[in-house]
Design a protein around this ligand. Sequence first.
Ligand SMILES: *Cc1c(COP(=O)(O)O)cnc(C)c1O
Length: 245
Amino acid sequence: MSALTAALEGWDYAGRIAEIKARMHIAQAQCGRAGAGVQLLVATKTWDADAAVAVVSAGGRLVGESRMQELAEKGDALRKAGARVHVIGQLQRNKAAIAVEHATSVQTVDSMKLAERLSRLCVEAERELDVMIQVNVSGEESKAGVDPDQALTLASNVQALPALTVTGFMTIGLNSRDEERVRAGYRRLREIRDAALIHSESGSLPLTDAWHLSMGMSRDLEWAIAEGSTMVRVGSAVMGSRPGP
Ligand SMILES: *Cc1c(COP(=O)(O)O)cnc(C)c1O
């Protein structure tokens, strides 16, 4: 995808967003999911407040931030611009208060300890918070996320905490060009989500709101959409090459 990304250099944010939405629509049509309402989250992490606000103004209202120090600096500007901010990076418990102050959702909940901290902070702040359960479907040890086998148990326990709503599952896909291996991971996440919804319908799990599948990035959003993604997280293909690491 680097040729496309390079070709897009110099375009305005609205043009890049339109380009990504076209890719999403084509991918949805090709797998029979036209009109399925897949959301675009723009990863604005590492970009400053001006760039993040510019992308929001261009129509990218749903943005993803990874570092809480940065979010503390950009949060007010993003809120004024009308953004919805999702935390998409690993969240340390001692930074959870920044997420609770500025984010509408934390997609990277992978432990009960983090969820309990978020819940307590939300109760104190008298607010509700959407969360997703991050699952490590690729089996790479370097990747964050709970084991697939534990995802439903964790999701149910998190849902039982005050002030938190589990809205779905998130994963960072395998960084590989091997379509079948990447898609197998995304399929695994979809199976976890489907099990959550089926068991909730019959009353044996409390996860009726957990229908989101946050999966797919600039390089592989077509594969993720084919496996059922409801939210793709796109950074470089909208923002350009990252200013920082
Ligand atoms: C940065 C980031 C993205 C976007 O990655 P690109 O390759 O720039 O599209 C997606 N998901 C997460 C968790 C990220 O941190």
